[in-house]
Ligand binder design. Structure first.
Ligand code: NAP
Ligand code: MG
Length: 512
C-alpha cells in the first residue's frame, strides 16, 4: 500500500507514533477539486483527540530524547525527510494537483522542489550551534555570560489550504530543527499531502514517538482547542486575519508564543521607467500564480498615468495567453479554485467591483472546463479605474482578480501602496535599481520584490507588517522563533571577596 492509503486505512490520525481513528469515529470525505471525485476518507478529530495529541507531544517533549538530540542528528533527519519527498516527488505533485486543483506543472516545479529545498535549508540551520557569546563583563560581577537557545515545547501548527505540502514543511522544518514537538493541523479541504508526508516519515521511523502528531478536523473545533490548550506552548498559524485574531486571543490565556502569517493586499508598483513588457508579465505572474490563492499575491497594480492605458491594453492582451483548465493537463496555467464556496466569495467580490464602479476589462466570471464539471473555474479578471477605497482594493479576495489604478507621482504611489491594513508583500518594477530600492524602503511590507514576485527564499525572513501577521518564518529568524532564549551567568572566581551581596544585603562574616 502506498503511504497515503496506509495512513487512511489505519484511521487517519497520527498520535504518539501510531495511526488511529477519531475517538468518536468521526470521518470526512476529501474530493478532487476539479472533478469532485472522492480521494479518500479522513478522520474528523474532536476536542478529545486534541487532548490525546497534546498528551503525546507533551510527553515526548518533557520526557523524551528529542529536545536534547544534537543538532547534527536533527539535520540528518531533516535531510532524510527531504529524501522521502524527493523519492516520491511525482506522487506528491499529482496528489497536490488533484486535492487542491493547482496545475500539476506548478506542483511539480514549485511546491515539491521548494518543500525539499526548505527542509535542506533547515537541516543546515539545525547544525548551527545554538550558542551566542556575550562580551566579557565585570559589572555587576566578573562573570562569563552566554545565551543558549532551547526549544519552546509543544507547537500547534495550523495550516491553510493554498499550499498544503509546502506549508506543512514550512511549519515542520524549523520546529523539528530546534527540537520542539509538533501537532500538525492541515486545512480540512486539503489534508492529503500532509498525511502522505507524515505516513512516509512514520514508515521510515525517523522520529521518536510523540514528536510529530497529525490531527485532521474542523478548525473551529480542534483549531480553537489547540490554540487555547494549556499543554500547548506555541501556536503557528497561516490563514485569514480574522482567524489569526481569534487564535491570538485564545493563546493569550497561557501567554503562548504565537507566529501568525495572515492575509495581504500586496501592491505591484510599476515605476515610470520600467520595462513595461516585463512588468506586465510580472504583474500577471504576481496575481494569477496559484490561481490568485496566495497571501502575497500582487492584487493591486499601480501604474503611472502616462502609461496607464498602454499597460491596461497590454495586460488585457497578455491575460489571453493564460490557459484555464484541467489541473492535470500540463498545458494548464490556472486550475479551479479550491472549492465552490471560495469561488462564490470571489464572484461576490467581482459583483462588488462592478457595483462600486470599477471598469471590468477582462474575465469577470465562471468558466466551464470539459471533464471537470465539479471544478470552480474563474476567468482571470482585471478591473481598471479602481480607487483604493473600493472593497476590491481593500479586502483580500483570494482568487484571480487584479485591481489596476493610476498614480501621478511616486509619493502618491507609495501612499496608495501603504494605505492598507495589510503589509505582507510588494513588487516594484523599474530599470533603475537604486530608485526601486528607495521605493522598497518606503513600503510598509515584510517582503519587497524588485522586478519579481512570489519568490520566497528559504533563508530570507517572510512575514507581515500590520494585520498581515506577527513574527517571521524562514531563515535564521524563522528558526529562532521556535526557541526560547536562556541567559546563563557563570561566576568566574568562586571567591568570598568582592561579592556585591555584601555591599547591598548581607554583612560579611568575620574573617571573610
Ligand atoms: P481560515 O479560516 O483562516 O483557515 C486556515 C486554517 O485555520 C485551517 O486549517 C482552518 O481549519 C483553521 N481554522 C479555521 N477556523 C479556526 C479557528 N476558529 N480557530 C483555529 N483554527 C481555525 O481560512 P479559510 O476559511 O480557509 O479561507 C478564508 C480566507 O482566508 C481566504 O479567502 C483568504 O482570504 C484567507 N487565507 C489566507 C491564507 C494565507 O496564506 N495567508 C491562506 C488561506 C486563506 P479548517 O480548514 O478546518 O476550517
Ligand atoms: Mg475559514
Amino acid at each position: 500500500m502506498d503511504d497515503l492509503a496506509t495512513a487512511l486505512a489505519a484511521g487517519g490520525l497520527y498520535l504518539d507514533g501510531r495511526w488511529c481513528a477519531a475517538g468518536d469515529g468521526g470521518q470526512a470525505q476529501i474530493v478532487e477539486a476539479a472533478t469532485g471525485a472522492p480521494l479518500g476518507t479522513v478522520a474528523r478529530a474532536s476536542r478529545h483527540d486534541v487532548d490525546r495529541a497534546v498528551a503525546a507531544a507533551r510527553a515526548a517533549f518533557d520526557r523524551g530524547p528529542w529536545p536534547h538530540t544534537p543538532g547534527r542528528e536533527r539535520a540528518r533527519i531533516l535531510h532524510a525527510i527531504a529524501d522521502l519527498i524527493e523519492h516520491q516527488s511525482a506522487a506528491f505533485a499529482e496528489l497536490e494537483a488533484r486535492n487542491l486543483g493547482v496545475p500539476l506543472r506548478k506542483a511539480m516545479f514549485v511546491d515539491v522542489p521548494m518543500a525539499v529545498e526548505h527542509l535542506r535549508t533547515f537541516a543546515e540551520l539545525a547544525r548551527l550551534h545554538p550558542y551566542e557569546p556575550l562580551p566579557w563583563t565585570d559589572m555587576p560581577s566578573v562573570s562569563w555570560n552566554f545565551v543558549w537557545r532551547e526549544p519552546i515545547g509543544v507547537c500547534a501548527q495550523i495550516l491553510p489550504w493554498n499550499y498544503p505540502l509546502l506549508m506543512a514543511v514550512w511549519k515542520l522544518a524549523p520546529a523539528l530543527a530546534t527540537g520542539n514537538t509538533v501537532i500538525l493541523k492541515p486545512a480540512s479541504a486539503t489534508p492529503l499531502t500532509a498525511l502522505m508526508l507524515v505516513s512516509a516519515i512514520d514508515r521510515a521511523a525517523l522520529l521518536p514517538r510523540g514528536v510529530l502528531n497529525l490531527l485532521t478536523g474542523p478548525g473551529v473545533e480542534i483549531g480553537e482547542a489547540l490554540a487555547g490548550h494549556a499543554g500547548v506552548d506555541k501556536v503557528s498559524f497561516t490563514g485569514s486575519t480574522a482567524v489569526g485574531r481569534r487564535i491570538m486571543a485564545l493563546a493569550s490565556d497561557t501567554i503562548k508564543r504565537v507566529t501568525l502569517e495572515l492575509g495581504g493586499k500586496s501592491p505591484s508598483l510599476i515605476l515610470p521607467d520600467a520595462d513595461l513588457d516585463l512588468a506586465v508579465d510580472g504583474v500577471l505572474f504576481g496575481v494569477y500564480f496559484n490561481g490568485g490563492q496566495s497571501c502575497e499575491a500582487g492584487t493591486r497594480c499601480l501604474v503611472p498615468r502616462e502609461h496607464y492605458e498602454a499597460v491596461i491594453a497590454r495586460l488585457v492582451r497578455r491575460v489571453q495567453a493564460l490557459t484555464v483548465g484541467d489541473p492535470l493537463d500540463l498545458a494548464t496555467d490556472i486550475g479551479p479554485l479550491v472549492s465552490a464556496s471560495q469561488a462564490a466569495t470571489v464572484e461576490r467580490y467581482i459583483a462588488n467591483g462592478l457595483a462600486e464602479g470599477a471598469r471590468l476589462v477582462a474575465g469577470g466570471g465562471r468558466i466551464a472546463v470539459p471533464g471537470c464539471a465539479a471544478g470552480a473555474f474563474i476567468a482571470p479578471t482585471i478591473f481598471a479605474d479602481v480607487h483604493n477605497q473600493m472593497t476590491i482594493a481593500r479586502e483580500e479576495i483570494f482568487g484571480p482578480v487584479l485591481a489596476v489604478m493610476p498614480y501621478d507621482s511616486i509619493s502618491e504611489a507609495i501612499e496608495i501602496a501603504n494605505a492598507s491594513p495589510y503589509g505582507l508583500g510588494a513588487a516594484v518594477w523599474s530599470r533603475d535599481i537604486q530608485a526601486a530600492i528607495e521605493v522598497a524602503r518606503r513600503i510598509r511590507a515584510g517582503t519587497v520584490w524588485i522586478n519579481d514576485h512570489h519568490l520566497i527564499v528559504p533563508h530570507a525572513p517572510f512575514g507581515g507588517y500590520k494585520q498581515s501577521g506577527l513574527g517571521r518564518e524562514h531563515g535564521l529568524q524563522g528558526m529562532l522563533a521556535y526557541t526560547e532564549t536562556k541567559h546563563i551567568h557563570v561566576d568566574l572566581f568562586q571567591r568570598r571577596q568582592g561579592r556585591i551581596w555584601w555591599d547591598v544585603l548581607l554583612p560579611p562574616e568575620d574573617g571573610a
